[in-house]
Design a protein around this ligand. Structure first.
Ligand code: TXA
Ligand code: MG
Length: 324
């Protein structure tokens, strides 16, 4: 199959209608979209990503009103949060209505729903007349894509079209929340920080982002979001070596050559660091260093989501080392 890269909304709508897979831009990361009503297309997503069928998909809708159709009940507190944060990087877990296939929810009662904040993708969903399901457009467990060419690097020849919407503004996936009793809890840290939610809730939502026996969300599994190059957290004992890469959040060690070092933000703006995180990891990965050291972010606001992704990326290599 020839994977086309372009920005023709009509062509994308026709492809999705006929059951093809298309990578679409969102404000967080690129998604691998299929029309929600075609089970064969949904199955193709799992095949292409090599994703276990037990791992459910997020439904992407074009407006708050649309959400009501796909859930049994849209809890009042979620409606309030939706008016504040949507469209945007907040995903709600709610009991699904009958029209949502169990292939989407992996047999679970709850469906994950969000409204992406990307004008092209909203136009696509509106013109299609149906929501799309879309996991991040990467192979399972690998780095998420924040630019069209990241998708091509991993999925070329396996999907019909990549809609090139440029760089994703946020760069880290949506925050996933659910209700336990009357309390909002976070199942995946993401672009909306616990503090952002706390401001409107009047309490800081609990975090359930670590793996129990059965993770609620795959972002909870220990190893995920990993580059191919072995990586670990930076500490000040590590010094320059020719074949090693370094990613710093906001200050770099001056004596290193440009090739070996990247800085995620000059000004200390953690939103900028989040936006550049995956793109920098993709870029460093291509340089084929023997190791990449990455500095952790301050543990506040979006820094928490950055550290969450980094700890899952480095966990893979810790485990590999222990198995040698
Ligand atoms: O920002 C995002 O959320 C991006 C863009 C493309 O929208 N999407 C994304 O999808 O990150 P994915 O599939 O890579 O991650 C979705 C996470 C997974 O951890 C999945 O297990 C969880 O959401 N999830 C989806 N539906 C769920 C459900 N019904 N119950 C529990 N977890 C669910
Ligand atoms: Mg993903």
């Amino acid at each position: 199959m020839n994977t086309k890269v372009g920005n023709d909304i009509l062509e994308v709508v026709n492809l999705l209608s006929s059951g093809e897979l298309v990578a679409i831009p969102t404000e967080t990361v690129y998604g691998l979209a299929a029309i929600f009503s075609n089970e064969n297309a949904i199955k193709k997503i799992f095949e292409v990503k090599k994703r276990p069928a037990s791992n459910p998909l997020i439904l992407h809708v074009d407006s708050i009103e649309q959400i009501h159709l796909y859930v049994e009940e849209f809890p009042k507190i979620f409606q309030e949060l939706a008016t504040i944060f949507c469209p945007g990087p907040l995903t709600f877990l709610m009991n699904k209505s009958d029209i949502v296939s169990e292939l989407i929810t992996a047999g679970k009662n709850r469906v994950a729903v969000r409204i992406p904040d990307n004008i092209d993708t909203i136009r696509i969903i509106k013109a299609l007349g149906f929501p799309v399901v879309a996991p991040s457009a990467n192979l399972y467990g690998k780095l998420s894509p924040t630019r069209a060419h990241h998708v091509v690097d991993q999925l070329d020849g396996m999907i019909s079209y990549v809609f090139d919407g440029g760089e994703c503004e946020r760069g880290i996936e949506s925050t996933i929340i659910g209700l336990e009793g009357n309390e909002v809890v976070i199942y995946r840290l993401g672009s909306i920080s616990p503090e952002d939610l706390g401001q409107h809730l009047g309490y800081l939502p609990g975090l359930k982002v670590h793996e129990d026996k059965i993770p609620v969300a795959s972002g909870m599994v220990k190893y995920h979001y990993a580059p191919s190059t072995p990586c670990s957290f930076y500490n000040s004992n590590q010094t320059y070596e020719e074949n090693v890469g370094f990613i710093f959040i906001s200050k770099k060690l001056e004596e290193m050559p440009d090739r070996n070092v990247r800085l995620l933000t000059e000004s200390g703006d953690l939103n900028e660091a989040a936006r550049k995180l995956y793109a920098t990891l993709h870029e460093m990965d291509r340089l084929e260093f023997s190791h990449i050291y990455i500095e952790s972010a301050p543990d506040k606001g979006i820094g928490k989501a950055i550290n969450d992704r980094l700890s899952r990326a480095v966990a893979k290599f810790k485990a590999d080392k222990n198995n040698c």
